[in-house]
Design a protein around this ligand. Structure first.
Ligand SMILES: Cc1cc2nc3c(=O)[nH]c(=O)nc-3n(C[C@H](O)[C@H](O)[C@H](O)COP(=O)(O)O)c2cc1C
Length: 210
């Protein structure tokens, strides 16, 4: 049975990245009526930042050459480490159970929201492979960062997530669906770009349905 893990990270409820992830999830669930589905709102229900105990779990896994996530629990050897593990365990179980990880995320300050980074920090261990899974990112940005744009080189949102999923998790199937120029509907100085934003949104919605 296929399984979808759906995360959202926007601090806004009326959000383009949420709307796109919702569209993708609906379409996926219609195509996989018997599939499993778990939803997590990283903004409304934030994952705590990692603390020192988490780093000790991680160091133990590294020092003992543990690469099988089923053995990570061996690192929780003291009450403080067991407490840290209590946070990690359900988050990690959700990722490991998923065939598709869907992430709705805005671009914040050229990168990703700290709510998403906190989740990534909690679930990531050394030499951890998620190979065979698919990652789909529905994203929204105030500006335009596509190929050939002046800001292409400062897109640390797609580049970071793609490099991390492919480089660290060995995930080959990583797909991005962007809506760009979202600020055109708010910023009067960008009002002349509204049409380009609307076109980008239309294209993104169609991609999310595929
Ligand atoms: C804290 C913050 C930082 C932002 N930083 C950027 C940025 O660096 N580049 C950009 O193009 N837009 C930036 N924006 C605009 C958002 O990317 C845009 O509003 C987008 O639609 C947010 O996604 P959402 O609609 O899913 O909430 C920022 C918005 C916020 C609230």
């Amino acid at each position: 049975m296929a399984h979808l893990l759906h995360l959202d990270a926007s601090a806004r409820r009326a959000s383009f990245s949420r709307e796109l992830s919702r569209t993708y999830a609906r379409s996926w669930r219609a195509a996989n009526p018997d599939g499993g589905y778990v939803y997590r709102d990283l903004s409304a229900d934030p994952v705590p930042h990692i603390g020192e105990a988490w780093t000790e779990l991680c160091d133990y896994v590294l020092a003992n050459g543990i690469t099988d996530p089923a053995r990570y629990h061996e690192a929780a050897r003291t009450p403080a480490l067991r407490e840290a593990w209590k946070t990690v365990e359900p988050l990690l179980a959700e990722v490991l159970a998923a065939d598709v990880v869907l992430i709705g995320t805005p671009m914040y300050n050229y990168s990703i929201p700290s709510s998403l980074k906190a989740w990534l920090d909690q679930i990531t261990f050394p030499r951890m492979s998620l190979a065979g899974r698919s990652f789909v990112v529905t994203s929204a940005r105030g500006g335009a960062y596509g190929p050939g744009t002046p800001k292409e080189r400062v897109d640390h949102q797609e580049r970071y997530l793609r490099d991390f999923f492919q480089g660290h998790f060995a995930v080959e199937d990583v797909r991005f669906i962007h809506v760009e120029l979202a600020n055109a509907v708010i910023d009067p100085a960008l009002a002349h770009l509204k049409d380009r934003h609307e076109e980008s949104y239309r294209t993104a919605r169609a991609e999310a349905l595929r």
